[in-house]
Write a new protein. Structure first.
Length: 179
């Protein structure tokens, strides 16, 4: 089902998954499969991984697979988010990592009266459990209305808002379209 050339960011392959399975390394094998990036995994693939994670009581892996499933259907934006320092009015608490925060974003669109047309997107902090106050790091964005985000391009900068003040800026690094 998975092409032999599929890899994750660390370079793990399907062969590595098979090796872990030979030695009953089910959890590691599942985590490796959930991180394979360069092949068109569809919703059915993610449904299988979600079911496997739930059967093994791996809640974090199941949550990640649900995120990836959503992205396979709707697309995902990768970006580098830089938060405004607390001294300049930025957030006083970290951004949680697992896609629970749904702030509003100004992605360059405006209402007829000239005001920003804010859009909502969930944030998944990449490679960390959270993005600390005033920090910068890679994120994934899951827009709640993906179609209105389709005009964004890599290197474009968008602003995240909370309580109408800018809390940070994100530069788009990659756009993954639905599979």
């Amino acid at each position: 089902m998975v092409p032999a050339i599929a890899t994750n960011e660390a370079g793990a392959t399907v062969a590595d998954v098979a090796e872990y399975l030979k030695h009953n390394g089910w959890e590691v094998a599942l985590d490796l499969l959930a991180d394979l990036d360069d092949w068109p995994a569809g919703a059915q693939w993610w449904d299988l991984l979600i079911e496997a994670a739930e059967l093994m009581w791996l809640t974090d892996t199941a949550t990640w697979c649900r995120w990836r499933r959503w992205g396979s259907i709707h697309g995902i934006f990768r970006a580098r988010l830089t938060l405004v320092p607390v001294a300049d009015g930025g957030r006083r608490i970290p951004i949680p990592g697992e896609g629970v925060l749904r702030p509003v974003w100004h992605i360059g669109q405006h209402m007829p009266d000239g005001h920003p047309n804010f859009r909502v997107a969930r944030i998944w902090v990449a490679d960390a459990p959270e993005l600390t106050v005033g920090a910068s790091g890679p994120i994934r964005l899951a827009p709640l209305s993906p179609d209105v985000w389709r005009d964004l391009r890599p290197d474009q900068t968008i602003a995240v808002h909370e309580v109408l003040s800018i809390q940070g800026t994100a530069t788009i690094t990659e756009i993954s379209t639905p599979r």
